[in-house]
Design a protein. Structure first.
Length: 99
């Protein structure tokens, strides 16, 4: 009988998976389903690695400029829907989706 537990992944492995997801054009849920990843674990690692890579204000660097996504272009791409998660800090997230 095989072990039902999923393998432990290093931070580097999670970073590679997140980069692969970003290039895939898939929703996070679809990517996790396709690669047999736990969605909650994926989101936790994505948040953890994003906060580790953010410059601190005390380092003299300002906050990053916000990135804008043209949602109309997503609708016309034939993707069928979209899921957007905005991390507002302190664990607060705003989730937008269209099916």
């Amino acid at each position: 009988m095989s072990n039902p537990r999923t393998p432990r992944r290093s931070a580097e492995q999670w970073q590679a998976l997140i980069e692969q997801w970003q290039q895939s054009g898939q929703t996070a849920k679809a990517f996790c389903r396709e690669h047999d990843l736990g969605y909650a674990s994926f989101c936790q690692w994505r948040k953890r690695l994003a906060s580790a890579n953010e410059p601190t204000r005390s380092s003299g660097q300002g906050a990053q400029e916000p990135a804008f996504v043209d949602l109309a272009s997503l609708a016309s791409s034939g993707a069928g829907g979209w899921d957007i998660v905005l991390s507002l800090g302190d664990g607060v997230e705003l989730r937008l989706s269209r099916r």
